[in-house]
Design a protein around this ligand. Structure first.
Ligand code: ADP
Ligand code: ADP
Length: 228
């Protein structure tokens, strides 16, 4: 599903964020990306949804060679990718329903299709009863549920999450992780950067550790491997 070949990324200020990465992630895998601050985790995953492009090397996601696609084709490519952020990035003036429906409206689904699917994903994340609320009326955990619902509403093959539990308390983090686990069990590939040692060590999945822009470890059913 995701393949990086000899990938390097140097930012315009000269910082080498990714320094030679080769990796393959198969359909249906759940992968944690761990490592110290500044190691290159965010850059690594941003390149998967073409938020950043490599300076050298190739990245193929779901058969699409990302360095080769034109900027105008990026929105089309991203329809197959759900993205979840630490700070949720919900649209503050839209209701829960509208935040989730938005991603379907831009691809011109019919109102009937949209309503059915939005209610389905809001049920999956346990927020069907809060459809009319605004993001500011929700707890952090609820806002992250909305953002997860938004990320999966168009049934992407891959969900990429950058520190999705970084702003949440431990109990809420577990609830959010259980939702990701369910999404993964339905066949969706998940790649998640995280600093949550407890979760990585207890909800076992593949662990890729990045240090100084390189893969330092890559273990199926791995451990967090750093002090929390
Ligand atoms: P991590 O997610 O592991 O903390 P990042 O990928 O965010 O690591 O950063 C890797 C390195 O690249 C760091 O030295 C960081 O300061 C630098 N960096 C990240 N984004 C940018 C940017 N947009 N411009 C310049 N340097 C950046
Ligand atoms: P169900 O039939 O599954 O109970 P409803 O049809 O009652 O779902 O819709 C659930 C909630 O979502 C209702 O409060 C409804 O008004 C709201 N809703 C449906 N469509 C929209 C929309 N386009 N914009 C905002 N809220 C909507």
């Amino acid at each position: 599903m995701i393949e990086m070949t000899d990938v390097y990324k140097t930012y315009s200020n000269g910082v080498v964020a990714i320094n030679g990465i080769n990796v393959k992630i198969k359909t249906g895998e759940f992968v944690y990306v761990v490592g110290p601050s500044g190691a290159g985790k965010s850059t690594f995953i941003k390149m998967m949804y073409r938020e950043e492009s490599p300076t050298n090397g190739n990245i193929i996601v779901d058969g699409v060679s990302l360095p080769k696609i034109r900027n105008t084709k990026v929105p089309l490519f991203r329809r197959n990718i759900g993205v979840v952020f630490q700070d949720f990035k919900l649209l503050p003036t839209l209701t829960v329903y509208e935040n989730v429906a938005f991603a379907m409206e831009v691809i011109e689904k019919t109102p009937e299709e949209i309503k059915k699917r939005v209610m389905e994903v809001l049920e999956l994340v346990g927020l069907k009863h809060k459809v009319r609320m605004l993001p500011t009326e929700l707890s952090g955990g609820e806002q992250q549920r909305v953002s997860i619902a938004r990320s999966i509403v168009n049934s992407p093959k891959v969900v990429i999450a950058d520190e999705p539990t970084g702003n949440l308390d431990p109990e809420t983090s577990w609830e959010i992780m259980n939702i990701f686990d369910e999404i993964n069990k339905s066949g969706t590939t998940i790649v998640m950067a995280t600093h949550n040692k407890d979760i990585v060590n207890n909800m076992k999945h593949r662990v890729i550790a990045i240090e100084s822009g390189k893969i330092a470890r890559d273990d199926l059913r791995g451990e967090y491997g750093y002090e929390a």
